[in-house]
Design a protein around this ligand. Structure first.
Ligand SMILES: Nc1ncnc2c1ncn2[C@@H]1O[C@H](COP(=O)(O)OP(=O)(O)OP(=O)(O)O)[C@@H](O)[C@H]1O
Length: 534
C-alpha cells in the first residue's frame, strides 16, 4: 500500500519536473517507511538529502498530500544507511556506508592485476614516440617511459613543452593574443610512474562565476574537492557545449593539487584515452596503460560521449573505472548529455556513471552572462562598463565560450587601436558577429510564423487559453523556439506569456511524441522548420 502511494507520488513528480531534475534528485530517493501520516524517504548521500530538503521537500510533501488525501501528511528525508524498501528503479543502492556512493548492481569482481610489464623496446619507443633511447624517461621502468611519452605526445597538441609551474604562482589571466596554454605538471609516484596532470591552472573555483544555471554543478564539484574519493564518486557533469564542464572539472583537480601538491591527478579528453589505448594495444603495452591509469588519485575524463561505438575502449575504461572506484580514487566525467541518453555506450557503463552524483549544467541566464563578462574583464585588467557588458550578454546567448571569444575580440581590437571599450566600440568590433546573431531565428519571429501558419493571433499564443486550436500551435512554437534558438527554457517560458519552464519542457516532449505518432503534426512541424530556416 505504502509503495503504491510512493509510486503514485513518483508519477506525479515525474510529470511536474523536467527529466533532468527528476532523474538527479527525485529518482534516487527510496521509500523507507510510510506509516500513517508520515512518508519517510532515504537519499543516497548527504548532498542529495540536503539539496532535496532545501529545494524539493515542500513540493514532494504537497504531492504526497494530494495522492494520500491526508491534509496533515508529512515527508521526511534521511540518509540511506540501512536496507531500504525494494525498488528496482533508479541507479542507487546502499553502499558500504552512508557516505559512499550507492550502487544499482553488485560491484563487479575486480579484474586480476596486470602482470608485470615488459620493457618498452627501442623500436617501440622510436615508432610510437619518435624518441631516441637517450630520451629522458626511465629506461628500466617501461610504464614510466611509455606513459610519460604518451603524455608528452598528448601535450604536444595542446601546449608547447613548458616547465611545470607551482599552481599558486600562476595568476589566472585572460590572454588576448594567444589562447591560454595548459600547464603540464609531472608528479612522481610509487613505482616511478610519472603522471602529467594536464590541468589548466586558470580553471579554478575562484575564476568560476556562480549562477542559477551552474550552482548545483559548482556545489557538487566543491564537495568533491573537499572530499575526493568520498561520497560523490564518480562525479558526472553534463550539459551543452561551452558551459563550463571542463572548467569545473579542472577546478576540482587544481583544488586537490593546491591542498596536496603530491596528488596524482590526470585530466584527459576521452578521445585521448582511446588513442592511447589503441597505441598501447598496437605496441603490446596494454598492461602499462592499465597500470598508469589505475595509479592515479583522480582521473578526469572529458566528453565521455566520444566513447560511443568504441567497444574495446569502453571495455578498458569499464575495468579502469571499477578499479578506481574500488580503490576509493576519484573519477570525474563530463558529457554533453545525461548518462542514460548517451547512445553507443554499453548499459553497464551508463549505469555506473550514475553511481555517484550526476549534475547538470545549463546555459547561463542573462545576469550570469553579465557577471561572467565582468569577471573575465577583471581578469584581463580592462574596464568594461556595465551597459556594455549587458549589451554583449544580451547579444551572445549561446554559451560561455562564445561570450568569452567575443570579449577577447573586443579586447584585442581595443588593444590594437588604443580605443576605449564602450558599447559603440563593441558594436563596431563585432559587427559581423552581431549581424549573424540578428539573422538567427528569434522567438518573436517563430511566434509570428506559427500564428500565421495556424491562422491564429500572436496574442492567442501568449494568452492563457487552453483550447486545442490554440494550445497545440503554442506547443509547436515553444518546441521550435527550443530547437532553433539559444534561449533557455525559462526564457522561452517567459516569452510565451510568462509561463514556467516546466510548461515549455512539457510542450517539447509532447510535440516530439506527436511528431512520431501523428502525421499532420509531423508535416506541420517540418513545414514550419523549413520556412523558418530557409
Ligand atoms: N561560470 C563560468 N565562469 C567563468 N568562466 C566560465 C564559466 N562557464 C564557462 N566558463 C568559461 O567558458 C569557456 C568554456 O568552458 P568549458 O571549456 O569548461 O566548457 P565545456 O562545457 O567543457 O564545453 P565542451 O562541451 O565544448 O567541452 C572556458 O574558458 C571557461 O573558463
Amino acid at each position: 500500500m505504502s509503495e503504491a502511494l510512493w509510486e503514485r507520488c513518483l508519477s506525479g513528480l515525474r510529470e511536474e519536473f523536467p527529466s533532468q531534475q527528476f532523474n538527479t534528485w527525485i529518482r534516487p530517493l527510496r521509500l523507507a517507511d510510510c506509516s500513517g501520516e508520515l512518508l519517510v524517504l532515504t537519499a543516497p548521500n548527504r548532498f542529495v538529502k540536503d539539496w532535496v530538503t532545501d529545494k524539493y521537500l515542500a513540493h514532494i510533501r504537497q504531492t504526497f498530500i494530494n495522492v494520500s488525501g491526508n491534509l496533515s501528511a508529512d515527508v521526511s528525508i534521511d540518509i540511506a544507511g540501512k536496507p531500504m524498501a525494494a525498488n528496482g528503479s533508479g541507479g542507487f543502492l546502499t553502499a558500504r556506508n552512508s557516505a559512499m556512493p550507492v550502487r544499482s548492481s553488485p560491484p563487479p569482481a575486480p579484474e586480476p592485476e596486470p602482470p608485470a610489464a615488459a620493457p618498452v623496446t627501442e623500436p617501440v619507443r622510436q615508432i610510437l614516440f619518435n624518441q631516441p633511447e637517450t630520451a629522458a624517461v626511465g629506461d628500466t621502468d617501461s610504464a614510466a617511459a611509455l606513459m610519460t611519452s604518451f603524455n608528452e605526445n598528448r601535450m604536444a597538441d595542446v601546449a608547447p613543452t613548458q616547465a611545470a609551474l607551482p599552481l599558486q604562482e600562476v595568476q589566472p589571466e585572460l590572454v588576448i593574443e594567444e589562447p591560454r596554454r595548459r600547464k603540464s605538471r609531472k608528479v612522481d609516484v610509487e613505482g616511478g610512474v610519472k603522471h602529467q596532470s594536464n590541468l589548466n591552472p586558470a580553471f579554478t573555483f575562484q575564476a568560476f562565476v556562480q549562477g542559477k544555471s551552474n550552482q548545483l554543478a559548482l556545489a557538487a564539484a566543491q564537495q568533491v574537492a573537499d572530499n575526493p574519493g568520498g561520497g560523490y564518486n564518480p562525479l558526472f557533469i553534463y550539459g551543452g557545449v561551452g558551459l563550463g564542464k571542463t572548467h569545473l572539472m579542472h577546478a576540482v583537480g587544481c583544488e586537490m593539487l593546491r591542498r596536496n601538491p603530491n596528488a596524482r591527478i590526470v585530466y584527459l579528453h576521452s578521445e585521448r584515452f582511446v588513442a592511447d589505448m589503441v597505441k598501447a594495444l598496437q605496441l603490446n603495452a596494454i598492461n602499462d596503460f592499465k597500470r598508469y591509469y589505475r595509479s592515479v588519485d583522480a582521473l578526469l575524463i572529458d566528453d565521455i560521449q566520444f566513447f560511443a561505438g568504441k567497444e574495446r575502449s569502453q571495455e578498458e575504461f569499464f575495468h579502469t573505472f571499477n578499479a578506481l572506484l574500488e580503490g576509493g580514487q576519484q573519477l570525474i566525467l563530463t558529457s554533453d548529455r545525461y548518462p542514460k541518453e548517451i547512445s553507443g555506450v554499453e548499459e553497464r557503463l551508463k549505469s555506473r556513471f550514475g553511481w555517484g552524483l550526476t549534475v547538470p549544467i545549463e546555459p547561463p541566464e542573462l545576469e550570469t552572462r553579465v557577471a561572467i563578462l565582468m569577471k573575465k574583464a577583471e581578469e584581463a585588467r580592462i574596464r568594461l562598463p556595465d551597459d556594455s557588458a549587458f549589451f554583449l550578454a544580451q547579444k551572445i546567448r549561446s554559451n560561455v565560450r562564445e561570450l568569452e571569444g567575443a570579449l577577447k575580440r573586443v579586447i584585442a581590437n581595443a588593444h590594437f587601436t588604443g580605443s576605449e571599450i564602450n558599447t559603440p566600440f563593441i558594436k563596431e568590433s563585432l559587427k559581423d558577429l552581431l549581424a549573424l546573431q540578428d539573422k538567427q531565428v528569434s522567438i518573436d519571429n517563430i511566434q509570428r510564423v506559427v500564428a500565421d501558419y495556424y491562422k491564429i493571433k500572436i496574442n492567442d499564443l501568449l494568452s492563457k487559453r487552453r483550447s486545442r486550436s490554440v494550445a497545440r500551435p503554442r506547443q509547436v512554437a515553444m518546441s521550435l523556439s527550443k530547437e532553433l534558438t539559444n534561449h533557455s527554457l525559462p526564457e522561452i517560458g517567459s516569452a510565451f506569456g510568462g509561463r514556467d519552464h516546466t510548461t515549455v519542457l512539457h510542450a517539447c516532449r509532447k510535440i516530439k511524441e506527436l511528431r512520431e505518432s501523428n502525421n499532420d503534426i509531423s508535416e506541420d512541424y517540418k513545414n514550419l522548420l523549413r520556412h523558418l530556416t530557409a
